[in-house]
Each structure stands twice: as structure tokens, then as C-alpha cells.
Design a binder for this molecule. Structure first.
Ligand code: TRP
Length: 329
């Protein structure tokens, strides 16, 4: 029995942060031993919003992939590649665009929301509306069964399933309906308490050196009512606690909570404890990352993209056959 196919991608936005790690990459690493895994940097997806200034996209791709590898993705176990190096994504995107009703795309909740939020750019483009179609092509090109993503991708995955179904209805069963594998980790907050996101400037990156991690911890928001140490803290509303949940053991946490609630442990001291835990947690990433050169990463991407392309070509052949455009005698 061949193994199920897992596929996931991330827009090429550069160095990865704790939110990317706990929300996606950690899960990717764990799936490598059980499935036939494909992971890629979605550089074309990055263009949907960064089309005006594209100067950082390639560099961001390389940075992100280096971080993935430092975090444990293995080119021996998984196929790690770049979307634009496998042009079959574009062909399948084109075919799928023919059968995707506009209404499905206009209804995606993230579509209108993003247009509203990213006011500095004109997102009323053909490409941006088609973002979920390109994402669907990414998935169907490898006939993936499982797609590990964060909850924020639920509506995109739903469209992918609908498009797969529609294709299969028109042209015969070719694509499995991809299933989302949601990560159970709660949303990782940024140092300001909002969702951790590069566009908010509130991230802790996997490769942040100790002094930066310490500085960021010192800036974190704690329980707003606790203006002095003698007031008992409320870990359930404190941002620090959400981070403790990621990097401390249950036992350590119980102790921290007890001392915080008893007004024994102050916020500044707590931040120092957290900083130390985070620095230790990040140490192995930083070490592995230091040993990876840009040319190592480029080699991995070259080989991964070649492998991905083999599978992609196979699917495209089947797609052409299904719709009757093979032109073979
Ligand atoms: N839209 C995804 C994100 O923003 C990235 C992505 C592109 C993706 N293509 C994909 C995820 C295919 C899973 C499968 O995170």
C-alpha cells in the first residue's frame, strides 16, 4: 500500500516565527515519517500582494526554507520545493480557473477582509481573487489527501474540495478530495497580544539571538490590572502565560502560576524566566541554521523541485487526458 500524500505550503515571507513554527512547521516535521510529504514555498502566492515590489521574494523564499530545515524538515524524507520552479502549478491553475464560479471566490471571508485590511495596496486584481484557485492547483497537482494548515485556511480548503468535486464530476474521478489537518495549537500571540504576524511587527523569530529574545520578552504585555507586584496576577489573561505553555514543562508552569497568583513572582522576574526558556528552546534551531549556507538551500530546492515536477507532470498528463487535450495519435 502506498502512503497517503500530504501537501502544504507557506507564502514566502522570509524568516519564520514562533507562530509559523507552532502553527505549521512543527506539524510538518512530525508528519514526515508517516506520509509521502510535499512542502513548498508559495512564491507566486507572495506575488498576489507584493507584486509592486518583488525584490525580496526570492531571498524570502530561501530564508524561509533554511528555517524549515533548521526546524527539522528533512530533504531525505520530504520533497521540499519552490512553487515557481514547478510551472505545472500554473497550468493546473489555468484549467481550474475555467470551472471555478466567481461567486465561490467572492464569498471567501478572507478575501473581503484582506482587501479591507491591506489598504496600502490595490488588491482588486485578477490574481488576488484567484488566490484560492492557485492554492487548489498546488494541492491537486500532487493528488494530496491531507493538507496540514492552520484554522485560518479552513475556507480555502473548503473551496479546494469543491473545485476537486466539480472537476471529478465533469471529467471523471481523478482527484481525491483533500482533507484539512488542522493543528491543535492555539493561536500564538505576538509580543503585543495580537496574533503573531510579520505584518504586525510583533514576532519572535526562530533565529532571533538571545539579546533580541530578551528584549522582546521585556516588551511583552502582562495582566493590565497588575500595576505592582503586590497585586496577585491572573495568568489566564496574561500574555506571558501563553508563551509559557509553549516552552515550559507542566511542572514548571504549575509553580510559576502559583507564585504569580500569590503575588510572589513579579512580572519582570517572570519575563526573565520566560526569556531564558525561550532562548534555550531556540538554541538548537540557531545552531542548525548557522551551519546551512545559501548554496545548501539552493541545492535542496533544486533537487526537491525536480522531484516534485515528476509527480506534477504525471498529474498534468492525466488532467489533459481527462479533458481530452492530449493530441496524441
Ligand atoms: N495560503 C496558505 C497560507 O497563507 C499558503 C498556501 C499556498 C498553501 N498554497 C497552499 C497551504 C497549499 C496549503 C496548501 O498559509
Amino acid at each position: 500500500m502506498s502512503r497517503k500524500v500530504v501537501l502544504s505550503g507557506m507564502r514566502s515571507t522570509g524568516k519564520i516565527h514562533l507562530g509559523n513554527y507552532f502553527g505549521a512547521v512543527k506539524n510538518w516535521v512530525e508528519l514526515q515519517d508517516k506520509y509521502d510529504c510535499y512542502y513548498f514555498a508559495a512564491d507566486w502566492h507572495a506575488l498576489t500582494t507584493d507584486y509592486e515590489d518583488t525584490s525580496g521574494v526570492a531571498e524570502n523564499t530561501i530564508e524561509a526554507v533554511a528555517d524549515w530545515i533548521a526546524a527539522g524538515l528533512s530533504p531525505e524524507k520530504s520533497t521540499i520545493f519552490v512553487q515557481s520552479k514547478v510551472p505545472e502549478h500554473a497550468e493546473l491553475h489555468l484549467i481550474l480557473s475555467m470551472i471555478t464560479p466567481l461567486g465561490w471566490l467572492e464569498r471567501v471571508p478572507t478575501y473581503k477582509e484582506q482587501i479591507r485590511n491591506l489598504k496600502t495596496r490595490d488588491l482588486k486584481t485578477y490574481g488576488f481573487l484567484g488566490y484560492p484557485v492557485l492554492q487548489t492547483a498546488d494541492i491537486l497537482l500532487y493528488r494530496a489527501h491531507l493538507v496540514p494548515v492552520g484554522e485560518d485556511q479552513a475556507s480555502h480548503l473548503e473551496i479546494s474540495r469543491e473545485i476537486a468535486r466539480r472537476f471529478n464530476n465533469f471529467y471523471g474521478d481523478l482527484f481525491p478530495e483533500p482533507e484539512a489537518l488542522f493543528t491543535k495549537i492555539p493561536k500564538v500571540p505576538g509580543i503585543d497580544g495580537r496574533k503573531m504576524s510579520k505584518s504586525y511587527g510583533n514576532t519572535i523569530n526562530l533565529t532571533d539571538p538571545p539579546e533580541i529574545v530578551e528584549k522582546k520578552c521585556m516588551q511583552m504585555f502582562t495582566d493590565p490590572q497588575r500595576v505592582k507586584k503586590s497585586i496577585p496576577g491572573r495568568p489566564e489573561v496574561c500574555n506571558l502565560f501563553k508563551f509559557h505553555e509553549l516552552v515550559t514543562t507542566e511542572e514548571e508552569r504549575t509553580d510559576i502560576v502559583a507564585r504569580c497568583k500569590a503575588a510572589v513572582l513579579g512580572c519582570v522576574e517572570d519575563k526573565k524566566i520566560l526569556a531564558e526558556k525561550l532562548v534555550n528552546f531556540l538554541e538548537p534551531f540557531r545552531e542548525r541554521r548557522k551551519q546551512l549556507t545559501k548554496s545548501d538551500v539552493l541545492d535542496i530546492l533544486e533537487e526537491g523541485s525536480r522531484k516534485a515536477r515528476e509527480k506534477a507532470r504525471e498529474t498534468i498528463y492525466l488532467v489533459r487526458k481527462a479533458i481530452g487535450l492530449t493530441y496524441e495519435s
